[in-house]
Each structure stands twice: as structure tokens, then as C-alpha cells.
Design a protein. Structure first.
Length: 476
């Protein structure tokens, strides 16, 4: 089949209930779609966001029937692999000749397993997808050896072929802005209730790819080859301005795994302060505690250009566990970081992890006390999850620690492994106890609901309405 029309599908997903009710745009798919538009301008492209369109599987099947695509593509993280596979299964049901292409961290990490378990997948793009996808389309249309395309996995005569790894793109500035025009009718639907309310347009932008740290539970550094590549600060500011002025994007999540305040904080401040949009945006950044702790002056500048929310991976106060996680941060960094964010009226979001092999009820109690002591505005506790592609997955698989192999549960809310002292059910119970201690306090909830900080008021009212504690109880 000649590839004349692409259909990118964002399938139905169960979004992470810990973060409340939200609807994100399918930015990963829009990034790929924009590159295809640029490199193969004569190809027709559609993006079906079944979440925004409120389409179930029957609705998706009918859409594919009417759209008549020659290629269907989607991408997903580990907890969403089954929904991605279901989308491909439906595409093949509609027309066996539709070419199906999967991408993303999970499929990239486990191409052999995925191609065997999900025979409805024709091709898996491993790693960075833009160039590989363009080459695949061109070779399918014009002839040529598929095995010469780097970064591709597929079946041939029941044998799985993994071509050579593709080198990373050296200049990210050359990538076009995500193709938000392909979902323009849905723009006003994208929101993050807990963070900014339902009426504030929520959009995602990518300022960098990868991370040069080696946290043992993280998939990102492995997926991106262990290096960090940034777009230029001007390009980042241009994209922020574009999303705000063209589509009314206000709450903007800069999804860089590590923003690197020390390297980019001052430059972004200098660039954005010249833009009109600085007074109409709410930036959400992800940063390391040590980076925040060492750069209080830069944090203050970031607040002046619309940074309202910063998330930090605190993980644990235990030095031994921090070393096990290969975090390269210290307990003191978290205290300093939370204080600096508070002093600058930036909403502080702290992430914690329980379930390391040495964890006990006592060590988790220490983590709970610590999380209350450093006083973040928002705390999320997660269960250590052995995601494929992480150091922890290799170790856990080798030692037989993994008790739950249902990828749909790999959402950091389900306990997947026991510790040396705690059963998996006990880890799940401890996770609930973490949330009960932080959000079960009547005084804390009352203070949050009536806080002077609008973001904090929105969050606490939303958390109460979403019954997060009740949902964690159901997991036990």
C-alpha cells in the first residue's frame, strides 16, 4: 500500500488519578506530525485525539473506516501499551493493509517482546522518531531496503530485525513547532484542573531532550542515549510566545526532565522579559533539588517571567537510598529548595519514592516525617516501579523481584515489587499511609482550601473533589 495518508491516534487512556482530572494535548504525536509535514509536504495527515473527542473504541473504528488512512501511528509509555496495541488491532480489523507504526520509550526498549505480543504492529521506531519515520514512509513509497533504515524494528519471515541505532539529532532548533493546527478544534478542551482549573488552556512544549544523570529508576536517560540536548533559548521563547499568542496557551508545561536552572535560567529570563506573553503565561518546570538550592537568584528571575510551579524529585531523605537511586543529591538540598521556592511564591511540587529493597515501615515513616517537615505545597508519593529500560528493571528482573507483570499497573500508584521486609500488599498500604499523613490532615486541607495562593486553593479543592485517598484504598 502506498503511504498517502497518515493517521496519528491518541487512544483512550486512564490518566493518572493522582494528578486529578486533566486533558493533555497529544504533543508527542504533534511533534512527529509537524516534521512529516515539513519533510513530505504532499502527504495527508490527520490527528485523532480520542480523549478530546470522547470517542470509545467503536468510535475510533468508525473514524478509521471513514478516514481511510494508509498508515496508523501512536506512541505510549509502559502503562499505556495495551491501549496502543488495541488501536492497531482495530486499524487492522478495518483494513489489513494499513501499515501500523509504534513508538515511545516502552516499545523502543522492548521491541522483540512487543512485536511478538502484539502482532498487529508492523514497525517499531526505536528512540528519536522524526528521521526514521520519514525514511520509512519514503522507502515504502519508492522502494528500497527497509533494513537500511536506522532505528527500526520489524518482523520478517517470523524473524525480528533490529536495525542499527539511529544517531541523535544534533540541532533541535531545526525541528518545526508541534502541529497544533491539526487539533485546533480541541485546543480549548486541553486543561489541567488541579494545576490551573478547567478554563485555563493547557499546552506542552519541549525545550530539551534527555538527561545526563543516571537515576536508577528513570527511563529517560537511557532512551535518549544518556545525553542532554537543549533547543536554543530564543527558540524556546519563540515557541512559548507562539503557543500563547496563536492558540491562547496559558498554562505551559516545559517537559524537560531537567530544566538546568544554572545553565538556562538567566538566559530565559533575559529573552522572555522582552516578550509581551510573559504577563499572560504560567510556566511549569521540572528541576533537581540541588539546582534550585544553588541558584536562588535565578529562581527569583524565573518567577518574574511567569514561572509559577516547579516540580522537584526529592525521592527520600535517606542517604543510602539516594545513592541506590543514583540521585547525586542530598537531604539538605530538599530543605533549601522548598524554602527558596516558598520565598519566591513559586508553587513547590515534591516527588517521593517508596519501595526500595531496604525499605521498612520505619524508613517510610522517616520519609513521611521528612516530607511534612520540608513543607512542599504539593507532595506526590510513588511506588518504586521497575520500568523497562531502567537500571532497576534489569536488577529486579534478574533477581525475580517483579511480582506484577501487567503493564497497565506500571503507573507508580500500584506496588509492583516487595521489599526485603515488606510484601507487595504492605508496600501498597504504606503508599496509602503516605497520602493519609499529608492530605488526611483536616488543618492542612483547610489551610490549603483557603490559601492566599490561587494555585494552592485550586489544588486542594480539586484533590478533595477527586477523592484521591479513597482511590488509593481501592488498590489494596
Amino acid at each position: 500500500m502506498k503511504i498517502s495518508k497518515l493517521l496519528f491516534i491518541e487512544p483512550p487512556r486512564n490518566y493518572w488519578f493522582v494528578m486529578g482530572e486533566y486533558l493533555p494535548p497529544p504533543t508527542t504525536l504533534l511533534i512527529l506530525a509537524a516534521y512529516i509535514e515539513k519533510e513530505i509536504p504532499d502527504i495527508e495527515i490527520e490527528v485523532l485525539d480520542s480523549q478530546a473527542e470522547k470517542l470509545n473504541w467503536t468510535g475510533i473504528e468508525k473514524y478509521i473506516e471513514s478516514s481511510e488512512p494508509s498508515m496508523v501511528l501512536t506512541s505510549g509509555f509502559t502503562c499505556n501499551v495495551y491501549t496502543c496495541a488495541r488501536a492497531f488491532e482495530i486499524a487492522k480489523k478495518v483494513n489489513r493493509d494499513i501499515v501500523t507504526v509504534a513508538g515511545g520509550i516502552h516499545f523502543s526498549t522492548l521491541p522483540e517482546e512487543s512485536l511478538i505480543e502484539f502482532p498487529e504492529i508492523d514497525y517499531i521506531i526505536r528512540g528519536e522518531g522524526e528521521i526514521t519515520l520519514v525514511e520509512l514512509i519514503k522507502k515504502l513509497n519508492n522502494g528500497g531496503k527497509i533494513e537500511k533504515i536506522n532505528g527500526l524494528s520489524y518482523k520478517k519471515s517470523e524473524k525480528i530485525i533490529n536495525t542499527q541505532t539511529r544517531p541523535l539529532i544534533t540541532n533541535l532548533d531545526k525541528l518545526p513547532f508541534p502541529a497544533y493546527h491539526l487539533v485546533e478544534d480541541n485546543i480549548k478542551k486541553y486543561h489541567f484542573s488541579m494545576m490551573a482549573g478547567k478554563k485555563t488552556c493547557y499546552m506542552i512544549l519541549e525545550g530539551a531532550r534527555g538527561c545526563d544523570h543516571r537515576c536508577s529508576f528513570c527511563t529517560q536517560w537511557h532512551h535518549w542515549g544518556g545525553c542532554w540536548r537543549s533547543k536554543s533559548i530564543k527558540r524556546i521563547a519563540d515557541e512559548i510566545e507562539f503557543l500563547n499568542e496563536t492558540y491562547g496557551g496559558v498554562f505551559l508545561w516545559l517537559t524537560d526532565d531537567h530544566f538546568k536552572i544554572n545553565m538556562r535560567g538567566n538566559k530565559l529570563y533575559t529573552e522572555l522579559r522582552k516578550r509581551r506573553c510573559k504577563d499572560d503565561i504560567m510556566l511549569f518546570l521540572q528541576a533537581r533539588t540541588d539546582d534550585v538550592a544553588k541558584n536562588p537568584d535565578l529562581v527569583k528571575k524565573l518567577r518574574e517571567i511567569g514561572t509559577y510551579w516547579i516540580m522537584c524529585g526529592v525521592e527520600t531523605p535517606l542517604e543510602e537510598t539516594l545513592k541506590e537511586y543514583k540521585k547525586e543529591t542530598k537531604k539538605e538540598d530538599a530543605y533549601k529548595a522548598m524554602n527558596i521556592l516558598r520565598e519566591n511564591d513559586i508553587f513547590s511540587h515534591a516527588m517521593f519514592v517508596i519501595g526500595s529493597r531496604k525499605d521498612t515501615k520505619d524508613s517510610i515513616e522517616q520519609l513521611i516525617r521528612f516530607s511534612l517537615d520540608i513543607e512542599p505545597d504539593f507532595a506526590i508519593y510513588t511506588a518504586l516501579t521497575p520500568f523497562p529500560g531502567t537500571i532497576y528493571h534489569k536488577i529486579a528482573l534478574k533477581n525475580g523481584w517483579i511480582e506484577d507483570k501487567n503493564y497497565a499497573n506500571y503507573d507508580m500508584a500500584h506496588a509492583i515489587m516487595p521489599t526485603e521486609k515488606l510484601t507487595r500488599k504492605e508496600v501498597q498500604m504504606e503508599l496509602l499511609r503516605c497520602y493519609q499523613n499529608f492530605y488526611g490532615s483536616y488543618a492542612r486541607n483547610l489551610a490549603g482550601i483557603f490559601s492566599k495562593n490561587k494555585l494552592k486553593r485550586t489544588l486542594y479543592r480539586h484533590m478533595a473533589g477527586q477523592h484521591v485517598l479513597s482511590k488509593f484504598r481501592r488498590l489494596i
